[in-house]
Design a protein around this ligand. Structure first.
Ligand SMILES: [Zn+2]
Length: 249
């Protein structure tokens, strides 16, 4: 599927609101110019919250817990109304308008991850849901061996927000292209069951198509009890993610 194309960045100067830019039959949606400062401020606060609560805890922290942490620590500072409004606007937007066609996985921004339902994978500093996700992970590790590792487990709405915002910032406010690379908050399967795996000592390369060239991936794709969520030319409108394990339910 090739629904996205490139448009000239200069057109941005005319853009107001969560605007759409047309270029032939393809278009991108960019972050509103007026929202950019607020967006950066939210991202900075989320980074400080992550530092405050720790990397692992941050991956399962709820919206309300994040708000409380920001309020309780003066070096972070409470989120103001403009920041809360923008966070809600982005969480509740229709991702299909950005070219992301996956289902919404989380209905409410305040949705919480039940701490009794999760387990920490200590070697990875990540959490997985008990039951099928954890069982699949352990079975994958047995079948593929110690050169594989868990690279990303459960991501709460807040964690997904932080990752998505980081991508948007690195892509100069391009919400469409960001959602091609990472699910918008509220649309990630990490929030409800999926997880990512990679090769030990491969670092960032685990999150590139190079992972598809590894023997670990060759074995992974042959396993019958899991699937790869975002295959080549998938219907979600997402890039090929050979590392993202779809937990079958
Ligand atoms: Zn993933």
């Amino acid at each position: 599927m090739n629904r996205r194309g490139f448009v000239k960045f200069s057109a941005l100067t005319m853009c107001m609101g969560l605007c759409e830019l047309s270029a032939a039959d393809e278009k991108y949606t960019y972050l509103d110019e007026a929202d950019r400062k607020i967006f950066h401020s939210i991202y900075k606060k989320l980074g400080l919250i992550q530092k405050q609560v720790g990397y692992s805890n941050f991956s399962v922290i709820s919206f309300d817990e994040a708000l409380k942490t920001a309020k309780d620590f003066s070096h972070i500072g409470a989120f103001d109304m403009k920041e809360l409004t923008l966070m809600e606007k982005i969480f509740y937007m229709d991702a299909s308008k950005l070219g992301f066609y996956g289902d919404r996985t989380v209905q409410k921004i305040t949705s919480q991850i039940d701490k009794k339902e999760i387990v920490k994978i200590k070697s990875a500093g990540q959490y997985l849901f008990k039951g099928k996700p954890k069982e699949d992970y352990e079975r994958i590790m047995r079948d593929i061996g110690p050169t594989l590792k868990l690279t990303s487990g459960i991501r709460s709405v807040i964690k997904q927000t932080y990752l998505f915002y980081g991508k948007v910032i690195r892509l100069n406010g391009n919400l469409s292209l960001a959602s091609f690379n990472i699910a918008p908050p509220g649309y990630s399967y990490h929030t409800i069951r999926d997880f990512d795996v990679g090769r030990i000592d491969w670092g960032y390369a685990n999150f590139t198509s190079r992972f598809a060239t590894t023997k670990e991936f060759s074995k992974l794709r042959r396993l019958k009890y899991i699937s790869i969520r975002y295959g080549v030319n998938n219907d979600y409108g997402v890039r090929f993610e050979p590392w993202h394990v779809k937990v079958l339910v």
